[in-house]
Design a protein around this ligand. Sequence first.
Ligand SMILES: NC(=O)c1ccc[n+]([C@@H]2O[C@H](COP(=O)([O-])OP(=O)(O)OC[C@H]3O[C@@H](n4cnc5c(N)ncnc54)[C@H](OP(=O)(O)O)[C@@H]3O)[C@@H](O)[C@H]2O)c1
Length: 295
Amino acid sequence: MKAKTLLISGGSGYLGRRLCARAIETFDVYTTYSTHPGQVQAGEPLPLRLLDRERVLRLITDLAPDTIIHTAAINPGSDEALMMQVNADGSCYVAEAALAVGARLVHVSTDVVHNGRHAPYRDDAPPSPLNTYGRSKAAAEAAVARVNPQAAMVRTSLIYGLEEMDRGTAGFVERLKNGQPLVLFNDVIRQPVWVETLSEALLKLTGVEFGGILNVGGRQALTREEFAHRMLAWWRVDPLGLLQSGRAADISHTISLDLRLLVSKAEQLLQMTFPGVDDVLAQANYHVGEPLQVL
Ligand SMILES: NC(=O)c1ccc[n+]([C@@H]2O[C@H](COP(=O)([O-])OP(=O)(O)OC[C@H]3O[C@@H](n4cnc5c(N)ncnc54)[C@H](OP(=O)(O)O)[C@@H]3O)[C@@H](O)[C@H]2O)c1
């Protein structure tokens, strides 16, 4: 039987790379990049900029995939107008196109749509973003739900892997390499998700009849500081005494503090358990106290 066609937007990104690698086991995979074609590791790469509605519609109409997983997005810290255009408008174009070709759509969103004052958050908790990134992703959710109510949307947390360093840890390592002190927040709480768990959940969701929002995060809530310590230790990075503990609330009002998510609905629907960071590290046979490397 011919494999179903899956289009993964953002195959050159951190999540997209692992998702494509797993998806090719089951699907005929096409994936998009914007500026980094060389980062695509699996699937048939296609150029796509989400700013151009006609091009998004044409690419998806021509390909007519059975399923689309939309991961492409612009990260916090980028140009704010562009973030709105790509994340909100771009997601709307993808949802329109998915509807036009009758493709199942799974859209990737974020815990940062919440303000962090009412955790733990249910799957259907209304968004209350504090910053432009959160607003752009909340606007994307609203647009996708309006255009394509059958679409599944996944609110997820910090994504990490054990084979490729996540962007947050990589940024910390860069600072440490330059000898700069690093303040790690002890009042920011997240449920980091292993990229393998998230990829499996997204792929399973393509085959499940579910429309609406689902929380997918690791079961273990950690402060940003606790999570960073674990990742730096996993990557054997010696912080050289440059780490400090601090409060995000003291320096910014636009960082959501407590973003714990209730994840049991997704676990039941997908027949999965979303392991916490310590479970993932234990499975990988990580031993605390293994030698650190000098930066
Ligand atoms: N990383 C996290 O911790 C985290 C947490 C919660 C939610 N999320 C969500 O998870 C998804 C994946 O995140 P990620 O960390 O894997 O992102 P990433 O590594 O930054 O990758 C982003 C992807 O989007 C593409 N892209 C950027 N601008 C584009 C544009 N104008 N048009 C088309 N494509 C564009 C990039 O293509 P090029 O690189 O080729 O330019 C890349 O493939 C996003 O929806 C994000 O909001 C991430």
